[in-house]
Structure formats: C-alpha cells, structure tokens
Write a protein that binds this ligand. Structure first.
Ligand code: ADP
Length: 377
C-alpha cells in the first residue's frame, strides 16, 4: 500500500533543511501528490540557495523512494525569486541558441546541453491537432536528416504515450537522470511515461514549472539538431516557463480554419510575441477534406483562414494539413503517418512543412540574435 501524504510528511520531518530547521517547517514544501505508489512534489526555494538545496532534494527523493509502497518518487527543486523582489524582474538577455550550456553562466535561460534548436508547437486551444502535428513534424524533420527529440510538455494531457504506443517507463542513468525513450529514431520524453495515463492530475504553477524544468534538464537528450516541444494548449504557466527556462528558437502555432480557433491562435501568437519568442509560422490543420471515394476536395471549414490570418499577423504560413481519416487512425493507433506511410501523400505534406520550418530556423533572426525575454508580472 502506498503511503499517505501525512505519512510522507512525517518522514520528511526527520530531514533537515540547509539551515538546520525541519524540512517540514522550512516553508518550502508543495502539496504532495501520491498516485498509485508514485509520489511527486516540489521544494520551492530562494533562487540564491538552490545549490545548498540540491543535496537535500536528493536526500528527500531517496528517503521517499525507500518508503514501503512507493514505486517512484520525483522531487523537483523550484527556484523562486528572492524574498521581497516582487514586481517585474529586469529584462534578461537570453543566451545564444547554439552556445553550449556552461557553468557559472550569467542569469537568463541556458540552453539544453547538446540541443541546437528548441521549437515549441502550440495552439490556443485543445483538440486542434497540435500533438498529431508535433509528432508528424518531428518525424518529417527526421526525414530531412536531422537528429530530433520530442518533449511532450502537455503535462495536463500528455499525448506521446498514445501517439507512439509507448508503454514502457524511461530508465534512469546513475539514479538521477532519465534516459529518453527511443521511437522511430526520435528521443522522446513525456510526463505520461512517469504517471498513469488515466490519473487526473491537478498541477499548481510551481509544479508545472518544476516538472518541465526536470524534463528539460534532467533527461539525457544527447545531441539533437532540433527538439520539438508539444506544448499544452493555451497561454498559461507552461508556455511562460518554456520561454523563461530555455532559449526557444521559436514557436509554431497550430490552428484549424474555424474562426474561433483562430481567435485562440491569435492569442497564442500574441503570447509568444509578448515574451519575444519568434513565431516560426502557423500551420492550418484539418484544413480541407479530400473525399476518399471520389478524391474531391471540400473546404468544409472554410479553408484558408489560417493563411489569411498569418498574413494579417505578419507571421509565416507553413502549410495546410488535410482533415483525413488516415491521419486520425494512424495517430490514434500509435502509428504516426509519417513513420508508417512515408511514401504517402500525408508524409509529403508534413515534409514540405518541415522543410519550411528548417529554413525558418536557419533564416535571419533565428539562432543568431537571441530573443530578449521580458516577463510581465
Ligand atoms: P491536440 O493536441 O490539439 O489536443 P490531437 O493531436 O490530440 O489534438 O488531435 C485531436 C484529434 O484529432 C485526434 O483524435 C487526432 O487523431 C485527430 N486529428 C488531428 N489532426 C488530424 C487531421 N489532420 N485529420 C484527421 N484527424 C486529425
């Protein structure tokens, strides 16, 4: 039987914080989540004391892991701004995209070691096909000869376990770092590999941040040309965290042609612009329907809306993906179309988009001038 929150708290009371106080009285402990023997919580500490806390974090994680009934434990360290420093922080320059992660680096988001470009695939709302687009785009980039990783940052509804039919758990390396799961020559990590798919989770802001930070920094991503990040829908904490934590090469916005989705997409564009992350382009998904019987094309949602909107917003239009049963069926069966039907028409559509994306990554502005991140309080 898994321990209760109170039993875990009791265990934590015997661990000392860096200053000597009981951990449970140091005011750093988040809510403790226990689901099916898996324990997850974070320690929110002053940014200046992160180093002092790292050992404690490990000790806490080991102690919880050793409790009877615990199958896995994930304890994240979340740095908070020093007490009293309320209001907007001063603008911080992001570090250049290609600069490797260094030690003693100045403030600002550091790159992920070995990863050249990180792109966020986002949508203003759920259900527009963002995850389907992310995985097929990642596979199409792979087809262009790039080494690609996929980070499923949609912690509220992770899709990668299903889209890639992954049921195994990632292995740890040296007990602390996780090895991404390899599928179709992609390195993949998802919170869904660590937490049961059906478990509804309530995430608080700091926990969103620490889960994402861990998936970025405590995973052995290896050398990647591109990391495709499947973002949660919307414009909340997770998006801001990504912008704060890593120098994103840019964002891709997925939208359906419907007006409503476009309004949401516009919000997505505005959000990334606000944090100075370049928009690499907009993809119109479920753009048109090709009748499988007669081959007639119908623009059931009024195709072209996203292209028009992209022009209006002065952001590149990367392409249109049809609404097609094959895309849906392959996605839902864990056999993404670009991997399983590489010579088919859909793979071609995704590869065309991937090519534009690669060009956008290599183009002016991307990777050279690092975006300035200004977070409004
Ligand atoms: P999101 O990540 O935006 O929530 P998903 O990628 O999970 O969206 O897609 C939602 C549903 O729509 C899934 O069942 C998926 O298979 C289907 N879908 C996505 N794109 C297409 C498409 N181009 N044609 C047909 N079905 C699609």
């Amino acid at each position: 039987m898994a321990p209760t929150k109170d039993q875990i708290r009791e265990r934590l009371a015997s661990i000392a914080a860096p200053g000597g106080a009981k951990l449970t009285e140091a005011g750093v402990l988040s809510d403790i989540m226990v689901t099916d023997g898996k324990v997850f919580f974070s320690l929110s500490v002053d940014a200046a004391q992160v180093k002092a806390w790292e050992g404690v974090r490990k000790e806490v994680e080991d102690a919880v892991k050793a409790m009877p009934g615990v199958t896995s434990a994930m304890v994240a360290l979340t740095a908070e701004r020093a007490g009293g420093a309320r209001g907007a922080p001063p603008p911080q320059p992001a570090r250049p995209q290609h600069e490797p992660h260094g030690h003693g680096a100045p403030a600002g988001p550091a790159g992920v070691p070995g990863v050249k470009s990180i792109i966020a695939v986002a949508s203003g709302k759920g259900g527009v096909g963002k995850s389907t687009t992310s995985i097929n785009l990642a596979l199409a980039l792979r087809d262009l000869g790039l080494k690609v990783g996929v980070l499923d940052a949609d912690i509220y509804g992770p899709s990668m376990p299903k889209l890639l039919a992954i049921r195994e758990k990632p292995q740890t390396i040296g007990g602390t770092r996780l090895k991404p799961i390899s599928r179709y020559d992609l390195a993949v990590m998802s919170i869904g590999f660590l937490i049961e798919e059906e478990t509804p989770m309530i995430w608080r802001g700091p926990m969103v941040m620490s889960a994402l930070t861990q998936m970025l920094r405590e995973v052995e991503w290896g050398n990647l040309d591109v990391m495709v990040v499947d973002m949660p829908p919307g414009t909340g904490d997770a998006q801001l965290t990504m912008a704060q934590q890593v120098p994103l090469a840019g964002a891709v916005i997925v939208s359906t042609p419907q007006d409503l989705a476009l309004i949401d997409a516009r919000r997505g564009v505005a959000m990334f612009k606000r944090v100075n992350v370049p928009i690499l382009g907009v993809i119109e998904n479920m753009s048109y329907f090709v009748c499988p019987e007669c081959g007639t094309r119908s623009d059931i949602f009024g195709h072209g809306g996203a292209k028009h909107e992209a022009e209006r917003l002065k952001v590149p239009f990367l392409g249109a993906v049809p609404l097609d049963m094959t895309i849906r069926e392959t996605s839902d069966a864990g056999l993404p179309v670009v991997a399983t039907q590489p010579d088919g028409p859909h793979a071609r559509v995704y590869r065309d988009i991937a090519q534009k994306l690669r060009d956008a990554l290599a183009g002016p502005g991307a990777g050279r001038a690092a975006p300035k991140i200004v977070i409004e309080a």
